[in-house]
Ligand binder design. Structure first.
Ligand SMILES: NC(=O)c1ccc[n+]([C@@H]2O[C@H](COP(=O)([O-])OP(=O)(O)OC[C@H]3O[C@@H](n4cnc5c(N)ncnc54)[C@H](OP(=O)(O)O)[C@@H]3O)[C@@H](O)[C@H]2O)c1
Length: 360
């Protein structure tokens, strides 16, 4: 498969290591949240910690859900579908909403983001940004055409522990990085109506979870030169688990596994010629709070990074910073990286034989 540039590893951003994501910035930003599901609630609770975030509006398909969410989390307004228009359209017509956080299932991301950009709103969209690279390219083109901010919510990229791991790897302390192993797995209750299993919602382990293990490989080695994917599909055609073997022309390799069947420790391991870095703490492949580092035969060193809120404050602060500075994309999570991710996932899906309605 062919992967477009950039091929270099991510650049560590030392400013994200010491920065206080809760420091006031002096510019209030009006947020609109689309959907009232699990991640919408968790991220909104973190949003409420930011002194400059104004919880302006939430939209839902259902009035009772929108009202309950708004009351519980403290939004100024709520909107829901009615005979005249959708809750989404009403939220997008609210002039006090400057930036929209999209937290619907993946298959709806493209349509919701397109509508938000068309309405002149900046957008933070949950991962994966879309179902496939074609949809992602359409959104990127639209954001660029309109000069509007768009970012995929890959929150782990902004966490201090992740940034520190990049810094250690780039410093040469563990020598040349030769391989990476990262995984995330949990047994998801088999409910074919749940978005995680539903073909129509973009269900399956790959789209939901692979972005996290990929971060550690891409972040330290760059984009791979080859991707081989194997996995198991459900009778409905979504991948229940998969293994990606990434290869680099240098000889480096990575093994990334995501599963909706097996319980796993959720870790990442970066191995170099002189030492290794391992994530530690609960769910550390996406929410690292500790790094264990060993160089040669020296004792293992542990570095700690306490979580602030649920860990989403850093990405939310980045959106605020970008809007303040008039940036239309984040240098930490640029649009080219979302496009490259979707191309990689498209290639892996082709090998797994997973086809979604959005692909047709
Ligand atoms: N960053 C992270 O840590 C993280 C964690 C989990 C999930 N996610 C991502 O966030 C997204 C949502 O995941 P979730 O776990 O929050 O899902 P969820 O609990 O199922 O919630 C999704 C919400 O979207 C709305 N929705 C459902 N079906 C829809 C449809 N057909 N059309 C329009 N809206 C629909 C519903 O809200 P209303 O009923 O109010 O309309 C629903 O509550 C996914 O893309 C996932 O990958 C990210």
């Amino acid at each position: 498969m062919t992967l477009a540039p950039p091929t270099s590893p991510f650049i560590a951003r030392p400013e994200l290591l010491g920065a206080d994501p809760l420091a006031p910035t002096g510019r209030p930003v009006g947020w609109g949240v689309v959907a009232t599901g699990a991640i919408a609630a968790t991220v909104t609770a973190d949003l409420a910690l930011l002194p400059d975030a104004v919880l302006q509006a939430v939209s839902s398909r259902h009035a009772e859900r929108a009202r309950a969410f708004a009351e519980q989390l403290g939004f100024a307004s709520w909107y829901a579908d009615d005979e005249a228009r959708s809750g989404l359209d009403a939220l997008l017509a609210d002039p006090a909403v400057e930036v929209v956080y999209v937290a619907t299932p993946h298959a709806q991301h493209a349509a919701v983001v397109r509508a938000a950009l068309t309405a002149g709103k900046s957008v933070l969209c949950e991962k994966p940004v879309t179902i496939n690279a074609r949809e992602a390219q359409e959104l990127v083109d639209l954001a660029r055409e309109r000069g509007l901010f768009l970012m995929e919510a890959v929150w782990t990229r902004f966490l201090p522990a992740y940034q520190r791991a990049l810094q250690i790897a780039a410093s040469g302390e563990i020598g040349t990085v030769h391989w990476v192993a990262a995984e995330v797995g949990f047994p998801a209750p088999l409910d074919l109506t749940a978005r995680i299993w539903a073909l129509a919602d973009g269900g399956g382990a790959l789209l939901d979870l692979a972005v996290y293990p990929l971060l550690w490989a891409w972040g330290t080695l760059g984009l791979p030169d080859s991707v081989r994917a194997t996995g198991a599909r459900t009778p409905e055609g979504v991948d229940a688990q998969n293994a990606l073997t990434l290869g680099w022309d240098s000889g480096a390799q990575a093994q990334l596994t995501t599963s909706l069947l097996a319980r796993s420790p959720h870790t990442a391991l970066i191995c170099g010629s002189d030492g290794w870095i391992r994530t530690d703490g609960a769910d550390s492949v996406y929410r690292p709070t500790r790094l264990d580092v060993q160089v040669g035969d020296a004792a293992v060193r542990t570095e700690e990074f306490p979580l602030i809120g649920s860990g989403y404050v850093h990405e939310l602060r980045e959106v605020t910073r970008c809007l303040q500075q008039g940036l239309t994309e984040s240098p930490v999570m640029p649009l080219e990286h979302s496009l490259a991710t979707m191309r990689l996932l498209d290639g892996a899906r082709e090998q797994l034989g997973v086809v979604y309605p959005n692909d047709r």
